[in-house]
Design a protein around this ligand. Structure first.
Ligand SMILES: Cc1cc2nc3c(=O)[nH]c(=O)nc-3n(C[C@H](O)[C@H](O)[C@H](O)COP(=O)(O)OP(=O)(O)OC[C@H]3O[C@@H](n4cnc5c(N)ncnc54)[C@H](O)[C@@H]3O)c2cc1C
Length: 454
């Protein structure tokens, strides 16, 4: 179980909310892993296949350095995953087979990573020799960074092109500081630069630099541009002022905290905020709006309220569908489920969101199948700011058009004979940091094999 700083304290600042476990508690909790007969966490649960039983055995034995050496073989950035990963591994922890609480794998990973950085064990690993190959990586989110690291350490000359002002992608500009301190990204970028990776920021490929130019000057171009087109809600009144995409809201605040902007372009201060979308991005909006001083925050979701414990529709060792209450939800606001948005109301500016309750029919195992409106439940929720947090639908059209033989709305991982390869959310669709890292490492390895076989 994650432990957080007191609510009244953390609501007033932007520091990380999670309290790291003491070393003694880590050793104790890692012991829980030692009685496992057949671990599912690393093979089935973790996309990176982190050697969780082995790293936890090392922690239990008090050998944090060994734990880090093992973890670093599969996870390029444990300081990020140990803070933001939903921990798919914990969903498949064998202790959960009978409904028990899983081992705190993510908290232990954070301990391993933090201890390694504090002890100076995370050091630059520049390649022993250069191969005379050049790769351009477009995009510096977790996928771009992981691919760049992998290729560079193998001896490829790597230049990362990023349209934003600083590298990190959604780690830096999407995920709020209270979940991930951006100094950890700066520290990692410094190390990657020291290893020889070149970062070119404020450079949008397809606008500032042509993809063909990159392809001519490199042996390959690896696209890791994310899936940044947000899903819209085209109901009546959508053009009113005060209805914005969640990421624009979150990015503005993150840029203020990094000193890029003097004040947030979109502020929730004193406003009645409605967040549409019950996922993690919506939860990040709740925490950000509360810290900005919103008058009220309501998060609405069309899906039904998940069950308190694992739904039978997602039996162990699958990732459980169940109610998740984030640190942001604990801090305030209201959550509404089974609510559909019919229209936005107001004159020039948003004044209210017209909604209606829906009833869901469920499969015999409790999986939501279809919904129908409940008569007589139409009402208007007052709002001064609406944040649309309903996920992402793909890669911008312009970029798709600029690349040869790509599929819409995402990029193809690879096309025979083409210098272009792709990885991360722009291939898989919107996903998770850990999946972006895993996909990037696979793609980098395949690209390296192809380039060195020529
Ligand atoms: C608000 C929010 C919160 C999230 N929280 C979590 C979380 O807690 N845990 C988790 O596991 N996942 C989380 N996710 C999902 C996770 O962030 C993504 O799955 C992950 O970042 C995808 O990595 P990526 O490198 O493929 O893409 P991105 O992180 O999107 O990076 C793509 C990069 O490419 C750049 N780029 C795009 N086009 C161009 C161009 N033409 N030229 C140059 N650069 C370009 C972008 O600026 C960006 O830096 C969250 C997502 C959002 C939106």
């Amino acid at each position: 179980m994650s432990e957080y700083r007191p609510i009244e304290e953390r609501r007033r600042d932007w520091d990380e909310v999670e309290v790291p476990l003491a070393a003694s508690a880590c050793r104790e909790r890692a012991q829980a892993c030692m009685s496992c007969g057949l671990p599912f966490c690393h093979g089935l649960g973790c996309p990176l296949a982190n050697p969780i039983p082995e790293t936890n055995a090392a922690v239990a034995a008090g050998d944090d350095a060994l734990a880090h050496a093992l973890l670093a073989q599969t996870d390029p950035f444990p300081e990020f995953t140990s803070r933001v990963c939903p921990a798919l591994c914990e969903g498949s922890c064998t202790r959960g087979m009978d409904g028990g609480a899983p081992v705190d794998i993510r908290a232990l990973e954070r301990h391993i990573s933090d201890a390694a950085w504090a002890a100076g064990l995370v050091r630059p690993e520049p390649p022993a020799r250069r191969l005379g190959l050049r790769v351009a990586v477009v995009g510096s989110g977790p996928a771009g960074l992981a691919a760049a690291e992998r290729l560079n350490r193998a001896g490829v000359d790597v230049t990362v092109y990023e349209r934003d002002h600083a590298p990190g992608g959604l780690l830096r500009y999407g995920i709020p500081d209270f979940k991930l301190d951006k100094r950890l990204i700066d520290r990692r970028i410094e190390l990657l630069e020291f290893e020889g990776i070149c970062f070119v920021c404020d450079a949008e490929i397809g606008r500032d630099i042509a993809p063909e130019w990159l392809a001519k000057r490199h042996d390959a171009v690896l696209w890791a541009v994310g899936a940044g087109v947000p899903r819209d809600l085209p109901v009546p009144g959508r053009d009113l002022a005060g209805i914005v995409f969640a990421l624009d809201f979150l990015k503005g605040q993150n840029r203020v905290l990094s000193g890029e902007l003097p004040e947030a372009p979109i502020s929730a201060a004193g406003r009645r905020v409605i967040v549409i979308g019950g996922g993690d991005t919506g939860s990040d909006c709740v925490g950000t709006a509360i810290r900005q001083g919103a008058a009220s925050v309501t998060q609405i979701e069309i899906l039904p309220r998940p069950p308190e414990t694992r739904s039978p529709s997602t039996p162990w060792p699958r990732w459980p569908w169940k109610l998740r209450t984030s640190s942001s939800h604990e801090e305030g606001g209201e959550r509404l489920w089974s609510v559909e948005t019919l229209a936005f109301e107001g004159v020039g500016h948003i004044e209210g969101v017209r909604v209606r309750d829906v009833a869901w029919s469920l499969s015999p195992f409790g999986k939501p199948l279809s919904q129908h409106p409940i008569e007589g439940t139409k009402r208007t929720l007052p709002a001064d700011l609406v944040l649309l947090a309903m996920g992402f639908t793909g890669v911008p059209e312009g970029l798709l058009a600029a690349l040869p033989r790509q599929e819409r709305p995402y990029l193809r991982a690879e096309t025979a004979g083409s210098p272009h390869v792709a990885c991360g959310d722009c291939v898989t669709g919107p996903s998770l940091v850990v999946r972006a890292l895993a996909d990037a490492r696979r793609t980098a390895d395949a690209l390296l094999a192809r380039l060195t076989a020529r």
